[in-house]
Design a protein around this ligand. Structure first.
Ligand SMILES: [Fe+2]
Length: 169
């Protein structure tokens, strides 16, 4: 579909993140099943609940706009999810490495979402949509916090993988 105006661009970007959130919700459920680190598992589980709230916020935005929620296939999210699945599959033989792989995939997903929400917020502000901006900011804050938590957990996961590797030598 041709995008001719900034409003149409906003609707497109909204449908894109709405689709991406659904894909990431499923992917996180898969990640949890393959995570052995209790901290990482708890973090992803918390974020699954947040992602469900975020989908709810996006649906509120659609109702503010007077339209039905609409998913437009997000190729970037699809790609990130496939990469994550491949990573899990290929590192399954070493659970500690698999945890590092999952943390890396989760960080990439969160940064993609952060960039998406920041751009949507700028557009919503430009259109003078303050209630929509508030809802988008709630989602952004959760994504930023999750990205930070995942990154902060990574050094420990790397140490655990390193210890596991040294024991195997
Ligand atoms: Fe997220």
């Amino acid at each position: 579909m041709a995008i001719r105006t900034l409003e149409e661009k906003f609707i497109h970007d909204l449908a894109d993140i709405y689709d991406a959130e659904h894909r990431f919700l499923e992917a996180q459920q898969e990640m949890v099943q393959n995570t052995t680190s209790p901290q990482l598992k708890a973090m992803i589980q918390d974020h699954i609940a947040q992602t469900q709230q975020q989908i709810g916020n996006l649906e509120l935005i659609y109702s503010q706009l007077g339209s039905n929620p609409q998913r437009v296939k997000c190729d970037a999210a699809t790609g990130l999810v496939i990469e994550g699945q491949k990573g899990i599959e290929e590192s399954k033989g070493n659970p500690a490495v698999c945890d590092c792989m999952i943390a890396g995939s989760a960080a990439k997903v969160e940064h993609y979402e952060v960039a998406s929400y920041r751009s949507l917020i700028m557009a919503a502000e430009g259109m003078g949509q303050s209630q929509i901006t508030t809802l988008l900011r709630q989602n952004l804050r959760q994504e930023e916090q999750t990205a930070q938590m995942v990154e902060q957990s990574t050094p420990l996961l790397l140490q655990q993988a390193m210890r596991f590797q040294e024991r195997g030598r």
